[in-house]
Design a binder for this molecule. Structure first.
Ligand SMILES: [Zn+2]
Length: 390
């Protein structure tokens, strides 16, 4: 029974993988992902159901179109096989007779993350329409997890999402500041801007998460009331933030009851929460605008992606990280981020050595690192502690 169930879920996975190939190709082009039926790009023939059998059809046809002989990229069967493997592994790791519906949100979330990573690989864009709903699936889906499954509770998923977004948005703000040679940003968004992120990051470092959320909220409300962006110059906010970090590291914030961990968590949660709220706000604005004008504007171009402003990391990575943080919780996400940085460095060095020149975006590394942390995180942490002799 168990083997049959795992095989069934794997087959469903290969079909979802086939659909993912369509989504990854069409979504960035603004085309419908359901119509028309897939065609051969060589001869334009509509593919028959037989041509669409995952992996097997590609093998049977030896990677060529049945009619015109045009090559079919090996990536298509690889993606289908990857989905089958991921679905089968999850069905095996979270048996339905023991963990009930735990599997369902996991399958949905992993599918969305894999599609986002592949689109990022192709286009350097992470569509809001995939990443932001994935954050919601990660948090809401946590209600379906069985308590014994070792997955985050809804509260842990929400905190994990905020902290993950916070880490990346602070790298984005600080990196941007360095790349601008410490000049203030040109960005003047209203009513929801990255100024709320900055203020929340600072307040959180001094007072913990609730002060962070209150300060960010105050910035948004004041901007709304003033009908213009109420802002503090970014170089000054982050100079104060660094000072507050040193104060927290010195243990002095404990004097008013905020330990180092809560200072760091508060800063990240505040920054991440307002980065995500702002992202959701501007996504909704984008959606409303694209309803009135056709064709729709580029999916991932949230207004935060200030053109001409150098950024250390794309804002799409902030939302992708949030989805991963919701899936893994805080610790799992941080292990995954570390793995992503290491894998990214290894791939970068390999490209230098073997002459590959194509820039690989960070999103796919984030997803791969997170999946590895999910599968092997506990073993990795145990191995590392063992290495330290703890
Ligand atoms: Zn053809």
């Amino acid at each position: 029974m168990t083997a049959a169930w795992i095989a069934l879920v794997a087959i469903v996975g290969s079909l979802i993988g086939s659909f993912a190939n369509v989504v990854v190709y069409r979504w960035p082009r603004g085309e419908s992902v359901v119509r028309p039926r897939s065609r051969c790009p060589g001869c334009g023939r509509t593919l028959s159901p037989l041509d669409l059998v995952p992996v097997l059809s590609w093998l049977a046809l030896r990677g060529r179109c049945r009619t015109c002989g045009a090559r079919i990229a090996v990536r298509y069967p690889l993606v289908e096989a990857g989905f089958a493997l991921a679905f089968g592994t999850l069905a095996w790791a979270y048996p339905i007779e023991r963990f009930g519906l735990t599997l369902l949100p996991l399958l949905l979330l992993v599918s969305m993350l894999a599609m986002a990573a592949l689109i990022d690989l192709d286009t350097y864009l992470l569509p809001d329409g995939l990443t932001l709903p994935a954050v919601a699936v990660g948090i809401v889906g946590a209600w379906a997890y069985h308590p014994a499954a070792g997955l985050p509770t809804p509260a842990e998923a929400a905190v994990g999402a905020a902290i993950a977004a916070g880490v990346l948005v602070l790298i984005n703000r600080l990196g941007g500041l360095v790349l601008r040679r410490l000049r203030d940003t040109e960005e003047r968004l209203w009513p929801f801007s990255l100024d709320a992120v900055n203020v929340a990051a600072l307040a959180g470092m001094l007072g913990g998460r609730w002060w962070a959320l209150a300060a960010g909220l105050a910035q948004v409300v004041l901007s709304g009331l003033a009908r213009r962006p109420v802002r503090l110059p970014e170089p000054w906010v982050y100079a104060l933030w660094l000072t507050a970090l040193i104060v927290a590291l010195g243990g002095w914030t404990a004097a008013w009851g905020v330990g180092l961990v809560e200072a760091l968590a508060g800063s990240l949660i505040g920054a991440g929460a307002f980065a995500l709220l702002g992202a959701a706000w501007w996504w909704a604005v984008d959606l409303r605008a694209s309803e009135t004008r056709k064709p729709p504007a580029e999916e991932a171009g949230a207004p935060e992606d200030d053109e001409g402003e150098p950024v250390a990391m794309g804002f799409g990575d902030v939302k992708l990280a949030a989805a991963l943080g919701a899936l893994l919780g805080t610790t799992g996400f941080l292990v995954g981020l570390l793995l992503a940085v290491v894998i990214g460095a290894v791939v970068g060095v390999a490209q230098r050595l073997f002459g590959g020149s194509r820039f690989v975006p960070f999103g796919p590394f984030l997803v791969v690192g997170a999946l590895l942390a999910w599968a092997f995180g506990d073993a990795l942490v145990a191995w590392y502690l063992d290495l330290l002799g703890v």
